[in-house]
Design a protein around this ligand. Structure first.
Ligand SMILES: [Zn+2]
Ligand SMILES: [Zn+2]
Length: 317
């Protein structure tokens, strides 16, 4: 059993009901947020602390604490040796492997267990019927294992600092010779964005834009909150998303004419959300729409893909 000593204190500026714990663990001082509330992994704010957080203090203090007092890796639990704003160890960050499939659609890169669903040009039925509307897909790995956990930490645990390493995975898949006039994030409905506090696709798009030297354009608006896509067939997903996206007014009058666009999402499930966005962008004049995502669901995996929790499904983000 590790030898620990603990020092408890209560910062007056929060007047929080929770005591903060500074401990010595394996010979180093650690301000572990997991100790702040006993069982979980995040600091639980309550009462006045919650109101303070709403005023932005949480946004200021939390990254500072993470910076000064390294936590344990949020995936494998190993002690983080170096001070980093990303609370995941290098081993876990480098674990996700690119998705390799012997059979994949030549257009949307959807992996298949056999060549049966592909036509003589290598396209899947959705691409053959022109239902996906986009011209190319660049995604890194399967939405499973560590990569899925990393996306969840970004999206549901609000670990914004993971946007950089995750966008780095997308950048590895983008062909260097490609030029994009705009990087466009898949938008969230304003109510969903307000609930979550951010749009994970925007965070990824910002990182990609900065490193690809292309402007991020909020060219799309989600005008209709849709019911969760989980468990729906492709046709029902398309019907569910019909009319859900529009061009933002600033981009409605010719601003997208003949442009090449990289549409960014966190996860591609069936591609119907990206297809709905791509259709709107093409109607607004875009000449080429490529889709980029950290991960995509891999139907070859023996996973109950459509039984994933509603919150976890990328397609209903
Ligand atoms: Zn780890
Ligand atoms: Zn396809």
């Amino acid at each position: 059993m590790s030898k620990r000593s603990r020092l408890d204190f209560k910062p007056t500026h929060y007047r929080a009901s929770h005591w903060y714990t500074l401990k010595v663990f394996n010979g180093r001082w650690v301000f572990s947020s997991s100790l702040l509330h006993g069982s979980g992994h995040r600091l639980v704010w309550s009462g006045i602390a919650r109101r303070a957080a709403a005023k932005g203090i949480h946004g200021l203090i939390d990254p500072l604490l993470t910076l000064v007092f390294p936590e344990d890796c949020r995936i494998c639990g190993a002690s983080l040796k170096t001070i980093s704003r990303v609370p995941v160890c290098d081993r876990c960050l480098s674990e996700p492997q690119p998705l390799c499939a012997e059979y994949a659609c030549s257009a949307c890169r959807m992996p298949f267990v056999s060549a049966f669903p592909l036509d003589e040009t290598g396209r899947c039925s959705l691409c053959r019927l022109g239902l996906l509307n986009f011209d190319a897909v660049y995604s890194y790995g399967s939405y499973a294992g560590t990569l899925r956990t990393l996306v969840h930490l970004l999206k549901f645990e609000k670990m914004h600092t993971l946007a950089r390493p995750l966008s780095g995975l997308i950048l590895r898949m983008l062909p260097r010779e490609q030029r994009f006039d705009f990087i466009v994030p898949v938008p969230l409905h304003w109510w969903r964005r307000k609930q979550r506090g951010f749009n994970q696709s925007e965070l990824l798009a910002k990182e990609i834009g900065a490193r690809w030297n292309a402007p991020v354009a909020h060219a799309l608006r989600r005008v209709r909150a849709t019911t969760p896509q989980t468990g729906l067939t492709n046709a029902k997903r398309r019907a569910n998303l019909r009319g859900a996206f529009q061009t933002a007014s600033k981009f409605a009058k010719g601003a997208l004419q003949d442009t090449r666009i990289l549409l960014v999402d966190d996860v591609i499930t069936t591609g119907t959300s990206a297809a709905a966005c791509a259709a709107v962008l093409k109607r607004a004049g875009a000449a080429h729409v490529a889709v980029a995502a950290v991960a995509r669901t891999d139907r070859r995996l023996d996973l109950p893909i459509f039984a994933l929790s509603t919150a976890a499904a990328g397609g209903n983000s």
